[in-house]
Every structure is written in C-alpha cells, then in structure tokens.
Write a protein that binds this ligand. Structure first.
Ligand code: ADP
Ligand code: MG
Length: 247
C-alpha cells in the first residue's frame, strides 16, 4: 500500500527515558490526520520526528515510500506551521512568503505566481507590503500558513497553530485550514492539537496518544480511527474518558 507517511516502531528517548515507543502508523495521500492527547504525551515530539527536527531513537519513518529517517527537514518535502508564527520581523508579508523559495532555484515569475496564489487563498492580497508588526495575530498566522503553502509540499505539519488566537479567530482560521486542505488535493496534513473540537471537526482520522500507563512504560497510541469511531466505539476506558463518550 502506498502511504504518504509511514511510521514503523518509532521510538524516542530523551536522556535515556522513552517518551514514545512502538508507534506504528500509516497516513494516506490527501488525509487530514489529527494527533490529540493529554499534555506531555508526545504529540509535538511525534510531529517533530516526522519533520526531522528530532532524531529517532528507534524505528523508521517513510514519506512516499522513501526512508527519510536520516534526512534533514529540507529534504523531506514537507512544511511545518508552529504555534508561534516566527515571521521575519524586518521583511514584508510578500518577502516572508517568498523567502523560503529562494533556495529552490525557482524563477522570479514562478515565485511571484505562488505568492499571489497563496495570498488569494488566505485573503492576504491587501497586506503584502506590510511588516509583521503591522498585522493582527490572525493575519500573522495566515502569513505563516502562506509560507508553508508556497512551498507546495506533499505534507503539511501543524502544531497547535490556533492556540495563540482568540476564540472567534480560532474558529475562522480553523475553517480556513479545512478549506485549504480540500483545495490542496493530495497533500496530506498532520495536525496536533489538545482541542477536541478542532480534532473532531478537522480530522479524517484521529490518532489519540495516551500517557505511560506505568513507570518504565512510554506513551503510545490509544486508538486510531475516524472521529465517529472514537466516539461511538472507544477501544478502551482511556479513550472513552478522553473523548467523553458513554462507555
Ligand atoms: P505534547 O506535545 O503532547 O504536550 P511533547 O511532545 O512536547 O508533548 O513532550 C513529550 C515528553 O517529552 C514530555 O515529557 C516532555 O517533557 C519531553 N520532552 C520534549 N522535548 C524534550 C527535550 N528536548 N528534552 C527532554 N525532554 C523533552
Ligand atoms: Mg505540544
């Protein structure tokens, strides 16, 4: 079977202690997959392993059937959006979006075309000459998403992208991310959140991580399934308790 992302027996140790172990997971092209679970259970670490921002302690990661476990982030054909937007303060919106493309031997016309398209999708057309400090929080986060889109990756990784936004903007941006994912066709998305509403509304499939059951154990996957499967057929009491379903 062709997977966009495949994790096999992935393990991560920090200072000799496993913070994730035995993670097996396959993600289909075009799939929107949400990692959810209690704080500290390893959601961000798992995303960073896929991104190549952390080294594996065991197991293997494949993207489009290519082993990427030892490749740097830039060679994995993915783009990541963090909770803190990390825009370049001295560059305009346009420059922020175009910057990551300069290393890619793309012509000026192609760069211009991609920035224009991302600006249209994210409603940033009127803001291209502004500096980040002249933008609202929601606008800045859209620029950060735009910077990911222009790279046209096969895989988008989001780590709690909405948690710095106020409630109304969180809903609006969430809807934009859902729409964006549909518009981008076969690109897959892995989205980390601790917000169950985000998980339930965005996910094709949810991966629910659970903390270590005992000392000496490591966090692992409690259940993988559609939002409705986790809600109606929780695999165990941890899932039922976390999702809040009657079991
Ligand atoms: P989550 O995103 O689910 O809240 P994290 O992936 O951030 O969880 O953290 C998982 C565990 O790994 C936590 O116990 C955290 O303290 C630990 N951890 C994360 N990053 C590091 C690091 N760089 N060094 C040591 N421990 C870390
Ligand atoms: Mg986290």
């Amino acid at each position: 079977m062709n997977h966009r992302v495949e994790l096999r027996q992935v393990r991560k140790d920090f200072n000799g202690t496993a913070v994730l172990s035995g993670i097996d997971l396959g993600l289909a092209p075009g799939e929107f997959c949400v990692f959810i679970g209690p704080s500290g259970c390893g959601k961000s670490t798992l995303l960073r392993l896929i991104a190549g921002l952390e080294d594996l302690s065991g197991g293997e990661i494949r993207i489009d059937d290519r082993i990427v476990s030892h490749l740097p982030p830039a060679e994995r054909d993915l783009a990541m959006v963090f909770q803190s937007y990390a825009l370049y303060p001295h560059m305009s919106v346009h420059e922020n979006m175009a910057f990551g493309l300069r290393h890619r031997k793309l012509g000026a016309v192609e760069i211009q075309r991609r920035v224009a398209e991302a600006s249209r999708i994210l409603h940033l057309e009127g803001l291209l000459q502004r500096k980040p400090r002249e933008l609202s929080g929601g606008q800045r986060q859209r620029v950060a998403i735009g910077r990911a889109i222009v790279r046209q990756p096969k895989l988008f990784l989001f780590d709690e992208p909405l948690s710095n936004l106020d409630a109304a903007l969180r809903v609006a941006t969430r809807l934009e991310i859902a729409k964006l994912h549909r518009e981008l066709g076969s690109a897959s998305t892995v989205y980390v959140t601790h917000d169950q509403v985000e998980a339930m509304t965005l996910a094709d499939r949810i991966v629910l991580l659970r903390p270590a059951a005992d000392r000496g154990d490591a966090p692992s996957i409690a259940q993988v399934g559609t939002p409705l499967e986790l809600y109606h057929r929780p695999a165990n009491r941890f899932v039922a308790g976390f999702i809040g379903s009657p079991a």
